[in-house]
Design a protein around this ligand. Structure first.
Ligand code: TXA
Ligand code: MG
Length: 341
């Protein structure tokens, strides 16, 4: 069944909230990526989220709230460290996993787990949307499962047109990569399951030692966040990561051209300026050495080459520190861990 998908302007937030109250799906902007919203207390609406995205049913959803004090009613216990983190970083790109109260949400939200992920996004329009709806909203990234997450309303429309009631358009998102997911179900061992803009150092400055899910360090381990095990962030063209200076980029371009590939370059302005004449298409990740700009542009860039004749994307590696952890985590998944050597 197809539905008409409406793009709602910021002034139309009440109309969008009405759709959510009626059990329809509305994509909402956040500071990270666009989410696919549904009333988290409406099991039928939440089920539609999985079918619209084509999302595996064992992958639980994040519940989005408009205030810190909304969290307590849904969870079994509030660790002191979690309260400190929320006070320090909410609204912001930090998702916290708590032990969920029985019957707080239907099994479709939590995928049957005994925990629930909660987050307060830093976007005024979406906080208003949640308040107007009067319910917490589930919100996975609003892309077709497996594709790069959407950072504009246009991306959402491209993937989900005909499958959802609308998109609340608030322009391009700021961070560009999804929130940090922190498991607080064992408060003695807070554990990062997915890196994001809120770094280990940021969290440790407030609560002391934070651990990292071993799967993020060793690919032999099974990830604790179900969503991290799936193929992800993949554009239509294969992606190869280039970690080096100009000569390595030149070598990579030459190698793949000889194999008959048409190359798309996803790299900083300085590299593009030097090599644009050698390739079929380019997308700028911004100023050299700006991990903020690179993170903001990564998903848009991966999607961009679909509209060009490029058959292979060469993408720039960044140092894996701070936000670079999250950037490389996503890029490696998009590339199936394929580096040019
Ligand atoms: O920035 C974001 O977090 C965006 C925006 C829209 O808020 N949302 C987002 O949702 O990225 P999604 O569904 O694409 O990713 C949620 C991740 C998945 O990897 C999922 O497996 C994990 O969080 N997750 C959710 N609930 C969990 C739980 N109870 N235990 C472990 N992992 C959980
Ligand atoms: Mg996602």
């Amino acid at each position: 069944m197809t539905v008409e998908t409406i793009i709602y302007q910021p002034s139309e937030v009440l109309k969008a909230a009405l759709k959510l109250k009626q059990g329809e799906l509305i994509s909402f902007p956040t500071e990270t990526v666009y989410g696919l919203g549904a009333d988290a207390t409406n099991e039928a609406a939440v089920k539609k989220v999985y079918s619209a995205k084509g999302r595996p049913s064992d992958n639980p959803l994040i519940v989005h709230v408009a205030a810190i004090d909304e969290v307590e009613q849904y969870i079994k216990e509030m660790p002191e460290k979690a309260m400190k983190l929320m006070n320090a970083f909410w609204p912001g790109p930090l998702t916290i996993i708590f032990k969920v109260k029985e019957d707080a949400f239907g099994p479709t939200v939590t995928a049957g787990l005994e925990s629930v992920a909660m987050r307060m996004p830093n976007n005024e329009l979406t906080l208003q949307l949640i308040r107007e709806t009067g319910k917490p909203l589930v919100g996975p990234s609003a892309n077709t499962s497996g594709k790069p997450s959407p950072t504009t309303a246009k991306h959402v429309f491209h993937d989900l047109k005909g499958k959802i009631a609308g998109v609340l358009d608030d322009g391009e998102t700021g961070v560009g990569l999804e929130s940090t997911v922190l498991d607080m179900t064992d408060a003695d061992r807070p554990m990062i399951l997915r890196p994001g803009a809120m770094t280990k150092e940021d969290l440790e400055s407030v609560i002391g030692p934070v651990f990292i899910d071993r799967h993020l360090v060793s690919s032999d381990e099974v990830p604790k966040a179900p969503g991290m095990k799936y193929k992800h962030y993949s554009p239509n063209e294969p992606v190869v990561i280039v970690d080096g200076e100009r000569n390595l980029w030149e070598k990579a371009i030459k190698t793949y051209k000889e194999q008959g590939e048409k190359i798309g370059l996803l790299a900083n302005e300085a590299i593009l300026a030097e090599l644009k004449d050698e390739v079929s298409a380019v997308y700028s990740l911004g100023e050299k050495n700006s991990i903020q700009e690179a993170s903001k542009g990564l998903y848009s860039g991966l999607r961009y080459f679909e509209s060009t004749d490029a058959t292979l994307i060469l993408a720039e590696a960044y140092e894996q520190i701070g936000l670079g952890e999250a950037y490389m985590n996503r890029l490696k998944k998009a590339a199936g861990n394929h580096f040019f050597e």
